[in-house]
Write a protein that binds this ligand. Structure first.
Ligand SMILES: C[C@H]1O[C@@H](n2cnc3c(N)ncnc32)[C@H](O)[C@@H]1O
Ligand SMILES: [Zn+2]
Length: 444
């Protein structure tokens, strides 16, 4: 007997072996998909009616700083280095685990409501992030953001934090949490530190999540310091392998792309963040052409400014079309693959497809909406016209986290209240009390 049977939906399996089903059924038991096909020959505890909807794999957001929801809109429209160094980093120092817990809860709420079932994270107080993920039921690959700035003491304490996190949370929350090592970037970490982290990750058999060549300033700094770019430096120290997830990868030469392809590095593409921070345009069509696994991500909320992967999908498609002045350079199916199959592959999880044996991580998207009518091509609608708010039902690990627009795994209002309170720790003079928390009349 299945736990859940989803009926009457258009099943976008993303599985090349089975293809999509115009009207099919998906059965889930013990957190895994046990049937995908036209009609399930068994009973189920719970039936989900997906009439007029698309049932598809949950979206996988492969680069986030989830706790940064607290800094959404905090310091916008500033040059990237100034934004990070003068605004974001000083204010992050004021945030403790309780604030980050509240921020990550808000991030999870936002992600669930817009169809993301798994995210990869790199941030501070990551234990608190793990607790938030555990509590809400999502799946995540978490890493402690480690920076040494060439200071051996900082290197030691950072690595220790990273190691403890890996030790304590690998496989936590019934396997929904996986861990990674998160050395921040080649220009904020010393070469020695990057080598030490690399070695530790191999020892622990844990993946590595890092920012690579997000800005031209990084490229110039690296050339000055090492006489070569970040990709070459990392390659020369043996850092690259198929367990590395590199975010951004904008300022790549042809040779850099070949290195990423040969070593099997996964690239996380953040088009919205990259456009907002004017960081540049990653050569995604070329990377895909060379066989690099490219997935999609929002980046942190302070550079996006939301966590809606539907917005990211549309932006990715449009950006590369106009950049190459060739609209055939990337199509809707490819974008959907990047947001599902490729993301799951980068994180090494059995998700991203509706396939027997894979995790019961899937979403239901309501197509009975004005902006999705009429319907000729499901892929096209999902990428070019749908929004996160069209997602009605979300399952992770075979558990229903949202059903018919109702979030079941947390109290939405409470999450917003707690995050708003946590945001006060920034001491910003500009914080506006939208929930009316400081207004006694709002209690009635
Ligand atoms: C893990 C660390 O990464 C920082 N961080 C957040 N967004 C970016 C970005 N676009 N580029 C580089 N670092 C970033 C966070 O502020 C945190 O300090
Ligand atoms: Zn980032």
């Amino acid at each position: 007997m299945a736990d859940i049977l989803i009926k009457n939906g258009y099943i976008l399996t993303m599985d090349p072996d089975t293809g999509d089903l115009k009207k099919g059924e998906v059965a889930i038991e013990n957190g895994r998909i046990i049937y995908v096909g036209l009609s399930y020959n068994g009973k189920a505890d719970k039936i989900i009616d997906a009439s007029g909807s698309v049932v598809m794999p949950g979206l996988v957001n492969t680069h986030n700083h989830a706790g940064m929801t607290l800094l959404r809109g905090y310091a916008d429209d500033l040059p990237l280095a100034e934004w990070l160094e003068d605004y974001i980093w000083p204010v992050e120092a004021k945030l403790g685990p309780e604030e980050i817990y509240a921020g990550v809860r808000l991030a999870c709420l936002e992600m669930i409501k817009s169809g993301t079932t798994t995210f990869a994270d790199m941030y501070i107080h990551e234990q608190a992030a793990a607790r938030a993920v555990e509590d809400c039921g999502m799946r995540a690959a978490l890493s402690y953001g480690m920076i040494d700035f060439g200071d051996p003491e900082r290197a030691e304490s950072s690595l220790l934090k990273g190691r403890n996190f890996v030790k304590d949370f690998n496989g936590a929350a019934n396997g929904r949490i996986s861990v990674m090592y998160g050395p921040h970037a080649p220009h904020t970490c010393s070469q020695q530190f990057l080598q030490d982290v690399r070695e530790q990750a191999r020892k622990d058999d844990v993946k590595v999540h890092i920012h690579v060549l997000e800005t031209e300033a990084e490229l110039n700094q690296m050339k000055e310091k090492y006489g070569k770019c970040s990709v070459n430096m990392l390659h020369d120290i043996g850092f690259f392998d198929s367990d590395v997830l590199a975010a951004h990868c904008i300022w790549l030469s042809e040779g850099d792309m070949d290195i990423l392809a040969e070593t099997g590095v996964h690239v996380s593409h953040d088009p919205v963040s990259n456009m907002k921070t004017a960081a540049g345009i990653a050569p995604v069509p070329q990377l895909l052409e060379k066989g690099v696994n490219v997935s999609l991500s929002t980046d942190g909320c302070a550079s996006n400014n939301n966590l809606d992967m539907f917005g990211v999908m549309k932006t990715a498609a449009l950006l590369h079309k106009v950049n190459s002045m060739d609209l055939t350079v990337i199509d809707a199916r490819k974008v959907l693959e990047m947001a599902t199959v490729n993301g799951a592959k980068a994180l090494g999880i059995e998700a991203g497809m509706i396939k027997e044996g894979y995790y019961g991580d899937l979403i239901v998207v309501d197509m009975k909406r004005p902006h999705l009518t009429p319907l000729y091509d499901v892929d096209s609608h999902l990428v070019y016209s749908a929004r996160g708010s069209d997602v009605t039902t979300v399952l992770v690990d075979g558990k229903v986290l949202m059903e018919n627009g109702q979030v079941l795994c947390m109290d939405e209002y409470e999450i917003m209240v707690e995050a708003s309170k946590a945001a006060k720790k920034t001491d910003s003079q500009h914080l506006i009390d939208v929930l009316g928390l400081n207004d006694p009349s709002a209690d009635q």
